[in-house]
Design a protein around this ligand. Structure first.
Ligand code: NAD
Length: 479
């Protein structure tokens, strides 16, 4: 039985969780509601002592949790899922407050995380047995120890539980560090988890960006699973080298979407737009460059512009499709792409060169029509609601253009001729390529980037190995 909805949890006080207990702090900070620009609740800033205490507790808990039989661990994780689902409405309120997402969009995350639980709860641990005349080789996958999960602000629940679930399932203990911009839902999820797990199995330390290095350099953390920007990912990898930690790096993207000339323009136009502007463009695998065949370029752009004009941007309580940019820093960064495009004289197919200022960090979805290949909007990831389109005619050339980037997270190809679309898709240098769909990561498939978009991957059958050592037992037959 999982605890029913009776816990004394409050939704307006927040703390870190260390060794099964609430942990405050002398220093505090506050997130900001991006829909209003107003400050939210106080949260403690964890320090080195908090991290050290969490690691000691996690190591102790690992001794027991890693020995709990796999099926029993699943039962406990299932109880955690049920307990979390009891509070899904409160979690949605909180997610709306900290991210500004429209409620129906926030629910895709708060409710959608159930799919991550369910998929992992149906997995078995991989095992391989090879035998020859003299020996048997048994390969098993054993837990690493204490995992540090460092998370970004765009999907605080999915991205933290997307690490914690496979880490716990495989017998690790986990310390989650939420983004300072979105600490609230993560701290509550981990607080709820304390009613299910023994102290130290799952903990949360939030605070400032100073905390990340405390985790990445800690001698007793075995692995860092990091999701965030390419720039920070490089720092994580450098820091982890000191203790030869395992790392999984889920980093930024600059996804290309290639549109073949045979598509149904009216059907595909809104999908291209959604691929680019889902979550206001704040998705690692959002479409960030759109290559449309010359024969349909004008018609497609016209349809996309018409669809963009129907999109409502607004606060969580409204019936908007898109919310604000999540934080001021990102809001200002996205505006540099508007300014650059305006200063260089690029054509705004839809959207205004000057972002309207007001309460909240709102930016209207904007399309830049055929900027040059070396423009910032083509070469860099804005991570906001602005996307470029370019025409193409030659298949080889557009594949080269799509691959001409340091990133390699996702990509899309659209075409009635599915064989041709798949043929192109197979040549795109990206971890997840979608044919006739915009980017929709799912727990069933391993998710990871090529090139500077990451190292390793998570989710899917392959993903649970990211939380394990391979352990091979070579048993020679008795002589
Ligand atoms: P970020 O790199 O600024 O921060 C990510 C996390 O790292 C935060 O928790 C932050 O506090 C922490 N951090 C900061 N400095 C650190 C350091 N020196 N060492 C360790 N941790 C440190 O990224 P962000 O702005 O939160 O997120 C946006 C970026 O994340 C985008 O580039 C986006 O594409 C990428 N992203 C990737 C994926 C993916 O799965 N590949 C998913 C979501 C977002």
């Amino acid at each position: 039985m999982s605890p029913s909805k009776v816990s004394a949890i409050t939704w307006d006080t927040f703390h870190n969780t260390v060794d099964g207990k609430p942990r405050g702090g002398k220093e505090k900070h506050r997130g900001v509601n991006p829909a209003t620009g107003e400050e939210l609740w106080e949260v403690p800033i964890a320090n080195q002592q908090d991290v050290d205490d969490a690691v000691v507790s996690a190591q102790k808990a690992f001794e027991t949790w890693s020995e709990v039989p796999f099926e029993k661990r699943k039962e406990t994780i299932k109880k955690f899922k049920d307990h979390y689902m009891n509070y899904v409405d409160e979690m949605t309120d909180l997610l709306c407050a900290e991210t500004g997402k429209p409620r129906q969009v926030a629910e895709m995350e708060t409710k959608g995380v159930a799919g991550f639980f369910d998929y992992h709860l149906a997995l078995s641990l991989p095992e391989d047995r090879e035998e020859d005349d003299e020996k048997v080789m048994l390969t098993r996958y054993t837990p690493l120890g204490v995992v540090g999960a460092i998370c970004p602000w765009n999907f605080p629940i999915i991205l933290s539980l997307g690490k914690a679930i496979p880490a716990l399932l495989t017998g690790n203990t986990v310390i989650i560090k939420p983004s300072p911009f979105t600490p609230y839902t993560t701290l509550k999820v981990v607080e709820l988890a304390q009613e299910i797990f023994a102290p130290g199995v799952i903990q949360a330390v939030g605070g400032s960006d100073k905390l990340g290095p405390m985790l990445t350099t800690h001698a007793d953390i075995a692995k860092i699973s990091f999701t965030g920007s390419i720039a920070t990912g490089k720092k994580v990898m450098a820091a982890a080298a000191g203790t030869l930690k395992r790392v999984t790096l889920e980093l930024g993207g600059n996804d290309a979407s290639i549109v073949l000339p045979d598509v149904d323009v009216k059907k595909v136009a809104p999908e291209l737009v959604m691929g680019a502007f889902q979550n206001s463009g704040q998705v690692c695998v959002a479409t960030k460059r759109i290559y449309i065949h010359q024969d349909i370029y004008d018609e497609m752009l016209k349809e996309m512009v018409a669809f963009v004009k129907t999109i409502k941007t607004g606060a969580p309580g409204s019936n908007a499709l898109l919310g604000p940019v999540q934080n001021k820093m990102q809001y200002e960064k996205v505006q540099t792409f508007f300014k650059d495009s305006k200063d260089k004289g690029y054509k705004f197919a839809v959207g205004e060169p000057d972002v309207a200022q007001g309460k909240g960090f709102y930016i209207q979805p904007t399309i830049i029509d055929n900027p040059p290949n070396d423009s910032r909007i083509i070469t860099e990831e804005p991570f906001g609601p602005i996307v470029p389109t370019q025409p193409w005619t030659d298949e080889e050339e557009v594949i080269r253009r799509a691959n001409n980037t340091n990133a390699g997270l996702g990509a899309c190809v659209w075409g009635k001729d599915v064989e041709r679309a798949e043929r192109i898709g197979k040549r795109l240098q990206a971890g997840s390529v979608f044919v006739n769909s915009w980017e929709k990561p799912t727990p069933q498939a391993v998710f990871g980037g090529h090139k500077e978009s990451g190292i390793g991957g998570e989710w899917g059958k392959e993903g649970i190995k990211a939380y394990c050592n391979a352990h091979v037992l070579h048993t020679y037959k008795s002589k």
